[in-house]
Design a protein around this ligand. Structure first.
Ligand code: GTP
Ligand code: MG
Length: 237
């Protein structure tokens, strides 16, 4: 029967970097049922950060990036010998478990995340994360836009109106109504990053009694990410 497991040999090359992207299943309806604050629910985001840190501790990636209900994990060392079934199933189940443990509220039903593996060469890492960060920005403008329109019109009318507007129209509409997206928290516009950072430790050298500086790394949650650039990733790894 073993030969029936025809997908178990599907592998990514272990010498390539990969990104694994996890996305909450039907979180639109999860958000409605859990009555999450619109457009941004602080408690939900705190949980997504805890999940991102759990993933970081478990899989030692180079970088984790999250916004909305999705998490992207950039891995240098491809786990499970590159076996796609293993990577996807373990990452997705680990994420759903971590989400459930860290969210100490009852859910209407069990939550799930989907998972996909994306092999990337070094030249595409910036493009990938720029693409997701652009999506975070679109999400932010649309989120504030629809929230504002629903305060003025019926849900149906608000949806119709927002579909006819592009991002700068929505930005303008919000501005005219006293909502300046420049004042919105950076993490809502650019997402949240988790990565290792070095901390300076001052100590005494036992041999000569002189002060010496060493460095210890810790997991840093960055809620004030810059717009992604090559310099940002050059500093990371
Ligand atoms: N109210 C609220 N909703 C949120 C928040 N963050 C994410 N969401 C919801 O999560 C959804 C995520 O979008 P998608 O992943 O495209 O939609 P989905 O319903 O999860 O669908 P699938 O991923 O295809 O299963 C958004 O549409 C929002 O409804 C939040 O902070 N507040
Ligand atoms: Mg989703």
């Amino acid at each position: 029967m073993k030969e029936y497991e025809i997908y178990s040999d599907l592998r990514v090359p272990v010498n390539s970097k990969i990104i694994v992207r996890l996305d909450g299943r039907s979180f639109h309806s999860f958000a409605r049922k859990m009555e999450l604050v619109k457009p941004y629910d602080d408690d939900f985001y705190k949980v997504m950060v805890k999940v991102s840190k759990d993933l970081f501790e478990e899989f030692s990636p180079l970088f984790v990036y999250t916004f909305s209900d999705e998490i992207s994990i950039l891995l240098d060392n491809v786990p499970f010998n590159g076996r796609v079934e293993k990577i996807n199933s373990i990452m997705a189940s680990f994420t759903a478990s971590s989400f459930s443990i860290n969210y100490d509220k009852e859910f209407p039903k069990p939550v799930a995340f989907d998972s996909r593996v994306i092999p990337v060469n070094d030249g595409d890492i910036l493009n990938y994360f720029k693409w997701r960060q652009d999506e975070a920005w679109r999400n932010c403008v649309n989120g504030y836009g629809i929230h504002f329109l629903k305060s003025k019109y019926s849900s149906k009318e608000a949806n119709e109106k927002i579909n006819g507007l592009n991002l700068s129209d929505i930005h303008e509409l919000l501005f005219e109504n006293g909502i300046n997206l420049n004042d919105v928290d950076t993490w809502k516009k650019r997402g949240i990053g988790v990565y290792r950072k070095n901390k300076e430790i001052k100590g005494l050298n036992k041999k000569d009694g002189k002060e010496q500086i060493s460095y210890r790394s810790f997991i840093h949650v960055d809620c004030k990410l810059p717009i992604f650039s090559q310099e940002f990733f050059n500093e990371l790894f």
